[in-house]
Design a protein around this ligand. Structure first.
Ligand code: HEC
Length: 206
């Protein structure tokens, strides 16, 4: 067991250390800027980044990978890997509601959210499915499978024919019904320029 003296000595030591800490000039506690000669980490190679860099741009499909898939192949992928949660022909299953129909509903007060009714750009469907589905094994499909199953979903929504072959080019060319249904966010703060002092107020604000 510690003696009272030891405890008080320890407390004094701790307080002195804390005080000493307080008197250290602030600048010296800030991390030093990395110098050119730093030996921590290693430069990242483009090839290492490539596996993470999977975003696809909606309007023109920039970032879509090479590959292709037919609607028929997509049905096979869908039946094997998606139907259990989403139901046959994407009509709605035990885990998620219908992914077909509702087209035009965005102009009413009873909006039905399906890829066909909501997505403004078909490449966004590819991006979402490749990134997140099947929910129990995301990013497990090949690009060809993602093209195929995206084509099948678009076909079920009446947006591509039964013999369609989806590629980067054909997917980006699909005109989604809700393409112009989103409003561009042009509120003043979306144009604000970063400013830390003496800033001009955003026009229209007080
Ligand atoms: C284990 C169940 C499960 C499986 C299997 C599954 N999904 Fe899903 N899926 C979900 C759930 C849950 C959501 C909703 C996720 C959310 O809102 O975050 C979803 C959402 C989606 C959406 C978005 C729908 C929308 O209206 O925006 C698409 C598209 C989709 N899934 C496609 C697929 C495809 C294609 C497959 C097969 C390759 C698949 N899913 C397999 C559970 C599943």
């Amino acid at each position: 067991m510690q003696s009272p003296d030891f405890v008080s000595m320890a407390a004094v030591a701790a307080i002195s250390l804390a005080l000493a800490g307080c008197t250290v000039p602030r600048a010296s506690t800030e991390p030093a800027a990395p110098s050119a000669g730093t030996d921590r980490g290693q430069p990242i190679a483009e090839a290492d980044l490539a596996v993470w860099n999977i975003d696809v741009r909606g309007p023109d499909g920039q970032g879509l990978p090479a590959g292709s898939g037919t609607v028929a192949a997509g049905k096979a992928v869908y039946d094997a890997q998606c139907a259990a949660c989403h139901g046959a022909a994407a009509s709605g299953g035990p885990v998620f509601g219908p992914m077909v129909g509702g087209i035009g509903s965005f102009k009413t007060d009873k909006r039905v959210l399906t890829p066909g009714s909501m997505y403004p750009y078909a490449p966004a469907l590819f991006d979402y499915v490749r990134r997140a589905m099947p929910m129990n094994a995301p990013q497990s499909m090949t690009n060809d499978e993602v093209y195929a199953v995206s084509g099948y979903l678009l076909h079920l929504n009446g947006l591509v024919p039964a013999d369609a072959v989806m590629t980067a080019a054909t997917l980006a060319a699909v005109q989604m019904p809700n393409r112009d249904g989103f409003i561009f966010d042009d509120r003043p703060d979306t144009k604000a320029v970063r400013c830390m002092s003496g800033c001009t107020p955003i026009s229209g604000s007080r």
